[in-house]
Design a protein around this ligand. Structure first.
Ligand code: GLU
Length: 373
């Protein structure tokens, strides 16, 4: 078990998710964007990218911005009002990031997700692939919940939880939750006898007990949702840092040793993902030749050319067993094609997939990231 500080956790990360709450981005009194703060944050993001880290931003603020534009009263909104406010505010939110990133020669990509996207494995794989492509192109994904279509039953409801899911989805190894407090305390942080907890190796019942709910008008999450988010993320190999957001350059401050709380990762993202896949019940089998088996063991993806047979009635995204022609288990994997399509392209070159299926498809039948050998 490592006991890295917040600064070390940040500076050793390869892929970073930063969660920004409405209270940081939008002035609650006027409903206006806090531009100076945003520019400081973006300067931080640029520095993180320059240091070689992939960065994803999970940003709230659509409802708070839309509320201001529409002149909705303070206080709780109905679901319909929130959805309308989100529709109006999300455009401004995305533009704010685009405008702030542009002078640095960087591009923002808007990604709106709902809970269903992470619960449905097919959609999960799709969003994962899209995020990977965006990051590969150097784009900064700006993620929010698709509040306009998400109803109460299918909502994350708070972006701490959304950020944890995005971190898992993207295989991030650090998640920074920018907060109105510099971490977790063993009591009410406004009282002088409360002690700051810099490192949380395990989320015990005591840790949950001290994470009493704190809320303000625009922010949904309190410390409870942060601990919930930390449980999800750390189990998937992503360390979670709760840090003070309302300073000019919050990530630079963190890297320079500002006080924060770190929830240590339980494993690495790669190991966690392989265990997750390995634990699933298989829906069918893909039989591969010796050359493909060798390629898989060398860390390659499974291309259709090496496939000899397909058994079972699996869908795209389902877990399947990959076996060699002698029936020996090679891997458990999530397939990128359903059984019918897999059978159709078996033995074919990747370049012929479009001709065979009549539509474009992924080059690999199973991507190497979706395989547990
Ligand atoms: N998705 C909501 C918004 O953009 C915010 C949820 C939250 O702040 O946790 O306004």
């Amino acid at each position: 078990m490592d006991t890295l500080t917040a600064a070390q956790t940040l500076t050793s990360a390869k892929r970073l998710v930063v969660k920004i709450g409405s209270a940081l981005l939008v002035d609650a009194a006027t409903g206006a964007l806090r531009e100076t703060w945003l520019h400081g944050l973006i300067a931080d993001v640029v520095a993180q990218k320059a240091a070689g880290r992939d960065v994803l931003i999970v940003s709230s603020g659509s409802i708070a911005l839309g509320r201001g534009v529409l002149g909705l009263p303070r206080g709780p909104l109905s679901l319909e009002q929130s959805q309308a406010a989100a529709a109006v505010g999300q455009i401004r939110l995305a533009r704010a990031y685009e405008t702030a990133l542009a002078p640095h020669g960087m591009t923002a990509g808007q990604v709106l997700v709902t809970l269903e996207d992470s619960e449905n494995r097919r959609r999960y794989l799709n969003s994962r692939a899209t995020l990977a492509t965006l990051l590969g192109m150097g784009v900064i994904p700006i993620v929010n919940e698709n509040d306009t279509v998400a109803t109460d039953e299918i909502r994350y409801g708070d972006n701490d939880r959304l950020a944890a899911q995005v971190a898992v989805l993207a295989g991030a190894d650090a998640l920074v939750l920018l907060s109105d407090v510099d971490g977790l305390y063993d009591g009410d942080p406004r009282l002088s006898d409360a002690a700051h907890i810099p490192h949380i190796a395990t989320i015990t019942p005591q840790i949950e007990a001290v994470a009493g709910a704190s809320a303000n008008e625009n922010a949904k999450g309190g410390m409870k949702t942060k601990v919930w988010a930390a449980r999800t993320a750390t189990a998937a190999g992503c360390a979670v840092i709760v840090a003070l957001g309302d300073v000019d350059n919050p990530l630079a401050a963190l890297a320079n040793g500002a006080r924060a709380s770190v929830f240590a990762a339980k494993t690495t993202p790669t190991v966690a993902r392989k265990q997750w896949i390995d634990a699933m019940k298989s829906k069918g089998r893909i039989v591969i030749d010796a050359g493909a088996a060798k390629a898989l063991r060398a860390g390659k993806s499974l291309l259709p050319a090496g496939v000899r047979g397909v058994e079972g009635g699996f869908d795209r995204g389902d877990p399947v067993d990959i076996v060699d022609e002698g029936g020996h288990h090679v891997a458990r994997a999530l397939t990128s094609y359903d059984a019918r399509e897999a059978a159709a392209i078996a033995g074919a070159q990747s370049g012929d997939i479009t001709d065979i299926l009549g539509h474009e498809g992924r080059a690999a039948l199973v991507h190497r990231d979706d395989m547990a050998l």
